[in-house]
Ligand binder design. Structure first.
Ligand SMILES: [Zn+2]
Ligand SMILES: [Zn+2]
Length: 598
């Protein structure tokens, strides 16, 4: 499926800074709205929605929640009814990671100065007329939103300009077939005799009920169809539910959640069931079903972890939402309510695991997971993510963030410096950082926070990892913890990308070899620089990295000296004694790839 998609729009180096959507852009927009003296109000299902031009702020005190009976609560924000909120929804998850980032790069011929998300949703408008502004009407006029990737397109085009999927996409066509077989599938119980090496999947259709109340014309990227698309793909491949054990759904208990989150956080999520809709941040929504969906997601992850540690199943895949890795000790954010991976890690320890490895390959840093375990040396957190000096959402996850107190060295961040990162960079980082540290740590179970938003074609991630790349990474992780591996879905917003990627991952769990056909990974120069930076920092905590760093530096020195000799007549070896200079190394990089890469 991936081969049907257009090449990624993203280019190395990301979006020019002047073209980024920023919080400031939001505030500028609010300023404009306020300045016009046109506060907007809307009625949703008869409930008056509080005017709230301040939803760009993450301060929940700015807003009231909409209760089912129309009363105002205080834990979450209402709103998202006017154009300013479209700006906000993008900007909080935004910077380079917003959908706009891809679109702007695709439209590189346009004058990029002053772009905001307005340009994304109101493209081709010749001028703004604030006096007659009817944003809700204008946003849908002559446009259709892609089922596969949610991006807007003009009516006259038949294929999405972002992902090339057809206007009448059939990406969900197989879900009916899955539903029929899923309804007949038996859930495993305490008495079920499972064959050795079983793979379990956690899924329940009640998690589809968590959705953004439709008060905006454009779909939220974290939408129920994500699970439908993956389930349909697994069914089409003949592996789910037929070849997998099915974990019975269970809502996580309050006691289990309190091991990860504060009681205030747990209560705030629970209260959303009394509201028609509410927002924890401007992009983190809840409806009346969200609290239950979040508890089911966490419960399925916990039970999968217990099943794996107990040895009843070999590995598992949690097909769950809402995602979890941005949810911290006391806050929901980034589409995440409860931290599923953290709950699973503690469930694994309760079941007998002493050491847990969490590998997070979602394109965003799992700030919540890192926060929860940053002082805990029994849980090692390794994340690969776009960072760009903190300009990519959520801004955390720099290489120097290594954990605190006893947990120093047990947070390992591999922060990419640009978009467009692909299979080779990920696999190179796995070979030189993730697997060596994992081998030294020797976990009893490995949990993957498996966002598929670094996948080729993702509208938010703008990276280039293929289904084969994900299968290779999964295969590499099966060498850790004797194959005890739990994959938990996090982000990922292109339905074809996430379904094909997840399907290849589950095939590996079932015992297939990886479908990655290439040999040694040849990283980009930016990828190599990131890996070298991480090795420099982490070698003090993980001695296994010392010779790896020395080897890479020697290889680079070789490239450096060859370059110097050919370009400047300097004898080979002279530059070995010089500290590596980034710009010079970058110039030498092609030489290294051609002559020195293993
Ligand atoms: Zn699309
Ligand atoms: Zn993500």
């Amino acid at each position: 499926m991936a081969s049907d998609m257009r090449p990624p729009n993203s280019k190395k180096g990301g979006v020019p800074s002047h073209a980024r959507v920023s919080d400031q852009a939001c505030h500028d927009k609010f300023q404009s709205c306020d300045g016009d003296g046109k506060p907007s109000r809307a009625a949703v299902n008869g409930v008056s929605v509080k005017e709230n031009h301040g939803t760009c702020s993450s301060n929940p005190d700015h807003a009231g929640a909409v209760l089912v009976d129309g009363a105002k609560g205080s834990i979450a924000q209402s709103g998202h009814v006017d154009s300013a909120d479209y700006d906000c929804a993008g900007c909080l998850h935004g910077e380079n990671g917003s959908p706009m980032a891809c679109d702007l790069q695709q439209e590189s011929d346009r004058d990029q100065a002053g772009h905001t998300l307005d340009d994304l949703f109101f493209f081709d408008d010749e001028e703004e007329d604030d006096i007659d502004w009817e944003p809700s009407a204008r946003i849908v006029e002559n446009r259709w939103f892609c089922t596969n990737c949610t991006m807007p397109n003009m009516d006259e085009v038949t294929h999405c300009q972002n992902c090339n999927d057809h206007k009448g996409s059939e990406v969900l066509a197989g879900y009916d077939v899955f539903q029929a077989s899923f309804a007949q599938a038996a859930l495993i119980s305490a008495d079920t005799a499972l064959p050795p090496g079983s793979t379990a999947i956690g899924f329940d259709e009640q998690m589809l009920l968590h959705s953004e109340v439709e008060i905006k014309p454009n779909p939220h990227p974290e939408r129920p169809n994500r699970l439908r698309a993956i389930a349909a793909s697994l069914a089409a491949a003949g592996i789910f539910p037929s070849k997998c054990a099915l974990v019975p759904p269970r809502e996580i208990t309050k006691k289990e959640l309190l091991m990860v989150h504060t009681s205030d956080h747990v209560e705030s999520v629970e209260q959303t069931k009394n509201m028609l809709y509410s927002y924890f941040t401007s992009d983190t929504y809840a409806n009346k079903e969200s609290a239950r969906a979040a508890k089911l997601a966490a419960g399925l992850c916990a039970d999968l972890a217990s099943l794996i540690v107990s040895g009843r199943v070999n590995n598992g895949f949690a097909l769950v939402r809402p995602p979890g890795h941005h949810a911290g000790v006391k806050q929901a954010m980034g589409f995440c309510l409860h931290n599923n991976a953290a709950v699973a890690a503690l469930a694994a320890q309760k079941a007998g695991a002493k050491k847990v490895l969490i590998v997070d390959w979602d394109v965003h840093h799992g700030n919540g997971t890192q926060e929860i375990f940053e002082g805990n040396k029994s849980v090692l957190y390794i994340s690969l993510h776009r960072h760009e000096d903190g300009n990519f959402y959520p801004g955390t996850g720099a290489a120097h963030e290594v954990g605190v107190l006893d947990g120093q060295g047990f947070s390992v961040n591999i922060p990419w410096s640009c978009g467009g990162v692909g299979d080779d960079d990920y696999i190179f980082a796995f070979q030189h950082v993730v697997l060596p540290i994992a081998a030294e740590f020797a976990p009893d179970i490995t949990i993957v926070s498996a966002g598929f938003d670094a996948a080729r074609g993702d509208p938010l991630g703008c990276c280039d990892v293929t289904p084969a790349g994900y299968s290779q990474m999964t295969s590499m992780l099966t060498t850790c913890s004797e194959g005890r591996l739990l994959i938990i879905l996090e982000g990922g917003y292109n339905l074809r990308s996430i379904s094909s990627s997840a399907t290849e991952v589950v095939k590996v769990l079932l015992g297939d070899g990886p479908c990655y056909g290439k040999g040694a990974a040849a990283p980009s120069k930016e990828g190599m620089q990131t890996v070298l930076q991480v090795l420099e920092i982490q070698q003090q905590y993980w001695p296994v990295l010392v010779p790896i760093l020395a080897s890479l530096q020697a290889q680079q020195g070789l490239a450096l000296s060859k370059y110097a000799k050919s370009a400047h007549g300097i004898e080979t070896g002279v530059l070995f004694k010089q500290p590596l200079r980034k710009t010079f190394v970058a110039e030498c990089w092609e030489t290294f790839v051609l002559e020195c890469a293993p």
